[in-house]
Design a protein. Structure first.
Lengths: 638, 568
């Protein structure tokens, strides 16, 4: 018999196997529910643990903060001067002022030019210029350094001002320059154009290019300070600070070492600055802080949501790729009256962090790189959250396994009577054509191929509409045409069921989700939550119309639409329905443009996952549901 | 100098081989707010045998003699010389330890002498020069008897300064060397100790020169305690000068006042005379102090921009592959010929085909190129490129490499700190007037007076660290700890069980061949005895059956009879 080559005939007869096969649907349901339940339980006190320092060399808070307003210019002087300068340049960065300021602080000062060739429009260029000053550590050979960065925002910027942060940086630079204890160089960096400037600077520092070639011309740096060990990005919006928010989420969901995050929280604690994580955790100070379960859960969920987008929530997120641990400290303005933290307190937090980082003998390697945070002082380790996803993916595998076993056992029973041969039965040729076809379409839609054509083709309309139109039309074509083609043209391939295609779909989805979650758990888990239930409901033949409709709802484009609709609703709840829908459509288009551009500049792969994993798998499932089948008598009796 | 000491000196010179000693200190306040001070202690002798000497350090002379050393340079440096803001130093040394030596041409086994020399010097100077082996040293492409090595990770500390000072004729008690207090020296932004020995031959007649040098750079922020660029001997070295070394022929301090033109400042002492308009010379005799009050300039200068400077860095991220880039900036208006020597350790295997030399972005062909591929754990990758640097250009030499996995014992204890890559060397001949000072003659005073066309400079680039793929050493450590605990706990009982056998000992009824034979023997004997009754009755041997035996706490199973006897 030929079958022995493909499958071991003895498999599928054990007692355990038969239990799994018989009750696989129930098992799958139980696994899905267990996964969600476990995920919600992660935020509970009993499953998360207290954070601690793994790296002993950090010695956080061992010294008293010495930053003060008494020597040299005070914070107010810097801030007043800076404000006056910023008002001169409504939309631009005052480069020459920054350079002379750094020079006056006696730092080695450099500037760095970069150019962006906008990928979706030919001959569109944006230029920018970063300014940075290096404090050379006495006695050291400039082999290691720490970065303190501030994104410069002109008064016309839509984002809240960072000028107070810049003034803090000046004051810190002035204080640090007079200290002799530095063992690592300190780079004070002022970037332009938000993340673009930071990405350009990092690429220039490391002499590489991360996005598509020729998109971001990162220029050359003339001053360097060895291997960067850690980076802190400052976004302080006001002189009166309500709380410091510690932001971690990096590009593609990469996180900084937990030790650095702990360091920030510990020092905020020490300086009595209210500190939060993702603005959710209450910001209480001290050991007596007790959070309710719901606070923890919402903190953790907000982290999952932020991480899943794969877009960094601050300039720190771009450092992670280069093996540099980085976080953003965002100081939110205290509105109204009441107790606030002064800029000096925050300055001392930063001083403490830098002195701790200065103590580091080895680069960060001790603590966790994969974690979820339900609170500022508790963490969930990878060993606890991974089972949630494994349960969902396990359900997919179980479904695939039992489908295959069921099929092969039916086949064996049938063998004696009707001698069907395997190739005919499994339709290997047709299945491979479908699989290959759907992936080729996915490849063509890659963010550095299709969007350029779309924008070129519809060059008279705005980029985001062109992209939306292109991808939307293509999706609609696939959704409508495929069933017709399959029904009309594939009558010769009619078969009782399409087990092979079904199993391939399930396995591909499962493996893809596992791979994604290895890099970005949040993205993997949220995708799994959406795509695993319909995948489990689909059958090898004769899928019901409800399931088909369900699949239509979770088409990647539709999912994008739902997410945008939700976000738009939360942002503008009072809009009339027509305005609302146009707004959602526009926003979806803009989202796609941002995603493509992110991919081509920063190497963000969220869009790629959608196009290379979700879309092909969705198309395969769609084909599976519309492939012609004959209803066997046996099935009918069942 | 008093007449008495002069007389003493005269006796010395007259009685022994001719040796001269001079002490010099060259101070150069830099426009960027730093103060560079360069000490040079020079001994020149005419005799080529170091069996006997009066001023030349005997311990060093022995080493030079024994290992056939013709020329020797040792530099121990902490900090990086920043050419861009400090200009050119008198002696360019990379951070860490650097040693190069040339042996006599007739030396047979050069490597043996080289390792002998490094080991001897490591003992003499308390450095880690003994770690020099074939994997971190190279011989020059042109010279069979030349060896070079650098140890970028070497920390320079007071334990090196003390033996270094012991080599001076006056130790650190008198003269300029009394300014070298270890606390102050090691607080400088940059400090470098050097020993430089070379023959000076002229028309077949050779002299031997030993220069001991110290380069110190102080940041005015740390010494002036105000916002100005003030400095003084006391601020820098913690002490003034009280006594001169009576053994010295020359004892002089030179002060370069060229930065005075941009920022006029006040010097506390009038110089004895002025050389070349801007170098104040002070002859030392007795108590001496020097200080300067320098106002902070209105416009802060952060760079001096010398004619030629370099930049070296690693490109790429991740731990798979990367690139090494050396940039040479030529700000001169005419082309300069430069030689770049890269010594890349064996754990960074470079791809020769990726070697790319560009000048202002345009690919150029080097004038000469020597490449000796490395060999794992044995030999470095040696790359020597001779280039013509176009006027006002940036020349870039880049090469790609792989990060390799090391054997687990080859990682240092702080494996995640990174691995040090030593500096590259850039040698170039620049016009003598392009740099304010040259340091190729024996004495600083000669250098100040020298005139000529060209001057050979030797720039050392920065070191850097790279992160090789590092295993999680804490994991095996935990495993080892756990495993050891388990083994230790299990060892006792298992050892007991395996070595102490639990078995029933003592006499035991064994129905075997022996007992049958014994019975037969007894039987035969009784028969025999019946026949010969006269021989008397022998002592009968009793054989016990197990039922007849009873247990004794220490002896085990014994006969009841025995127990009875014991009891009574």
């Amino acid at each position: 018999m030929k079958m022995g080559l493909l499958t071991d005939p003895s498999v599928g007869h054990g007692a355990l196997t038969s239990i799994f096969v018989r009750h696989h649907n129930r098992f799958c349901i139980v696994m899905c529910i267990a996964s969600v339940a476990l995920f919600c339980m992660l935020a509970h006190y009993s499953l998360s643990s207290q954070t601690y320092f793994s790296e002993n060399a950090l010695l956080p808070g061992l010294v008293k903060g010495q930053l003060n307003d008494n020597t040299g210019s005070s914070f107010r002087d810097h801030y007043r001067e800076l404000n006056a300068e910023a008002e001169h340049f409504e939309t631009e960065t005052p480069h020459s002022y920054l350079i002379s300021k750094f020079k006056n602080l006696r730092l080695e000062t450099y500037s760095h030019n970069f150019t962006l060739n906008y990928p979706l429009k030919k001959n569109t260029k944006y230029t920018g210029r970063n300014v940075y000053g290096i404090l050379r550590a006495p006695r050291s050979a400039s082999i290691e350094s720490i970065v303190l960065s501030v994104p410069y925002r002109a008064p016309s910027s839509v984002f809240p001002s960072t000028l107070p942060g810049l003034a803090v940086m000046f004051q810190i630079a002035q204080f640090f320059r007079h200290q002799i204890y530095w063992a690592k160089d300190i780079i004070f960096l002022v970037t332009e154009h938000e993340q673009l400037g930071m990405q350009a600077w990092l690429e220039a520092y490391h002499g590489t290019s991360c996005g598509s070639p020729g998109v971001l011309d990162s220029g050359k740096l003339s001053g360097r300070a060895g291997a960067i060990q850690a980076a802190i990005n400052l976004e302080i919006h006001s002189e009166k600070i309500d709380h410091i928010d510690v932001k971690l989420s990096g590009l593609n969901g990469q996180l900084p070492n937990l030790d650095l995050v702990n360091l920030a929280h510990r020092l905020c604690n020490k300086e009595s600055v209210k500190h939060t994580f993702n603005n959710v955790d209450g910001g209480a100070i001290g050991r007596n802080k007790v959070n309710s379960y719901y606070t923890n859960l919402s903190t953790m969920l907000s982290m999952v949501m932020t991480q899943a987008t794969g877009v960094p929530d601050g300039n720190h997120g771009l450092f992670h790729r280069f093996g540099i641990e980085a976080i953003t400290l965002e100081g939110h303005e205290k509105e109204g009256r009441g107790i606030y933290s002064s800029v000096l307190q925050v300055g001392r937090v930063i001083e403490g962090m830098f002195r701790s980082l200065n103590n580091l003998l080895e680069r960060f390697h001790q603590s966790f790189f994969f974690y979820l945070l339900p609170s500022t002082d508790r963490y969930v380790s990878i060993g606890l959250y991974m089972p949630c996803l494994v349960l969902l993916v396990g359900a997919l595998f179980l479904k695939a396994f039992s489908t295959w076993i069921q099929h092969s056992s039916e086949q064996k029973q049938g063998d004696s009577s009707a001698k069907a041969t395997i190739p005919e039965h499994l339709n290997v040729g047709m299945v491979s054509v479908i699989t290959l076809g759907s992936h080729v379409v996915g490849l063509l839609l890659l963010p550095n191929l299709a969007p350029a054509y779309f924008t070129h083709f519809w060059n008279y309309m705005p980029t985001h509409r062109a992209l939306l139109l292109g991808y939307g039309l293509l999706s609609i074509t696939i959704v409508c045409i495929l069933p017709i083609i399959l029904k009309k043209c594939l009558n010769s391939f009619i078969s009782s069921n399409w087990v092979l295609l079904h199993v391939i779909c399930l396995l591909e989805l499962g493996i893809g989700l596992l791979c994604v979650s290895m890099h970005n758990f949040s993205l993997g888990y949220l995708t799994a939550l959406v795509y695993v239930p319909p995948a489990l409901c689909t059958k090898s033949s004769q899928t019901s119309i409800i399931i088909k409709f369900f699949w239509l709802l979770v088409h990647p484009m539709c999912s994008l639409f739902w997410i945008t609709a939700y976000i738009t609703y939360t942002a503008y709840p009072e809009l009339p329905i027509i305005d609302y829908l146009t707004k959602v459509l526009e926003a979806s288009g803009q989202w796609m443009v941002l995603s493509t551009v992110d991919n081509m500049i920063y190497g963000n792969w969220a869009f790629t996952v959608g196009v290379l994993l979700l879309l092909p798998v969705w198309t395969e499932f769609w084909c599976l549901m519309f492939l012609p089948t004959i209803v066997s008598k046996k099935m009918k009796t069942e | 100098m008093s007449s008495k000491s002069l007389w003493l000196l005269f006796i010395f010179i007259g009685s022994s081989y001719s040796e001269t000693y001079s002490e010099e200190l060259f101070i150069k306040p830099l426009a960027t707010g730093y103060v560079y001070s360069f000490f040079q202690f020079t001994v020149i002798r005419e005799d080529d045998s170091f069996k006997h000497s009066t001023l030349f350090p005997h311990s060093l002379g022995d080493i030079i003699d024994r290992f056939h050393v013709a020329e020797l340079n040792v530099d121990l440096t902490s900090g990086l010389w920043k050419h861009k803001s400090w200009g050119y130093p008198a002696v360019d040394a990379p951070s860490g330890a650097e040693i190069s030596a040339r042996f006599h041409n007739d030396t047979q086994d050069v490597d043996k002498h080289w390792y002998g020399l490094t080991n001897a010097l490591s003992g003499l100077l308390c450095t880690s020069l003994n770690f020099i082996n074939s994997a971190n040293s190279y011989e020059s492409s042109a010279d069979r008897v030349y060896r070079y090595s650098n140890l970028p990770r070497e920390n320079v500390c007071t334990e090196n300064l003390t033996p270094w000072k012991k080599l001076l004729p006056c130790d650190s008690t008198r003269g300029l060397s009394s300014l070298l207090n270890s606390g102050r020296v090691h607080n400088a932004n940059y400090h470098s100790l050097g020993i430089h020995f070379r023959p000076l031959c002229n028309a077949g007649k050779c002299k031997y020169e030993l220069r001991q040098t110290v380069s110190l750079v102080y940041d005015s922020i740390f010494i002036s305690f105000n916002n100005n660029y003030d400095w003084s001997l006391r601020k820098m070295f913690g002490t003034g000068l009280f006594k001169t070394c009576p053994l010295a022929d020359y004892s002089k301090i030179y002060l370069d006042t060229s930065s005075n033109s941009s920022v006029p400042y006040l010097i506390s002492q009038e110089p004895d005379y002025v050389l070349k308009n801007n170098i104040a010379v002070y002859n030392l005799n007795g108590i001496f102090h020097l200080s300067a009050i320098v106002p902070r300039p209105k416009i802060v200068v952060s760079e001096l921009r010398p004619l030629l400077y370099t930049d070296r860095f690693i490109t790429g991220f991740g731990q798979e592959y990367g690139g090494l880039v050396t940039r040479i900036y030529n700000d001169h208006k005419s082309p300069i010929i430069a030689t770049v020597i890269e010594n890349i350790p064996w754990f960074l295997p470079i791809y020769y085909h990726t070697l790319k030399v560009t000048s202002n972005g345009i690919r150029v062909i080097p004038k000469a190129l020597i490449y000796k591929p490395g060999k794992g754990r044995v030999r470095i990758y040696y790359l020597e490129v001779v280039l013509e640097l176009a006027p006002r250009s940036v020349t870039e030499i880049s090469v790609q490499f792989d990060y390799v996995f090391l054997k687990w014992q080859e990682y240092p204890p702080d494996a995640n700190h990174g691995f040090y890559i030593g500096s590259a060397i850039v040698k170039a001949t620049i016009p003598r007037n392009a740099t304010s000072l040259t340091f190729d003659k024996s004495l600083i005073i000669d250098n100040l007076n020298s005139a000529g066309d060209n001057y050979l400079i030797c720039l050392k680039t920065e070191n850097f660290i790279i992160t090789l793929p590092t295993p999680d050493f804490s994991m095996p450590y935990n495993v080892i700890c756990l495993a050891c605990t388990v083994v230790a706990l299990a060892f006792g009982p298992i050892h007991n069980i395996t070595t102490k056998k639990l078995k029933l000992t003592t006499a035991k009824y064994v129905p075997g061949l022996a007992s049958v034979a014994q019975k037969l023997y007894v039987l035969m004997e009784t028969i025999f005895m019946l026949k010969t009754k006269k021989t008397g009755k022998p002592a009968s041997v009793k054989v016990f059956t197990p039922e007849e035996l009873s247990y004794h706490p220490t002896l085990g199973h014994v006969s009841e009879e025995f127990m009875k006897n014991k009891g009574s």
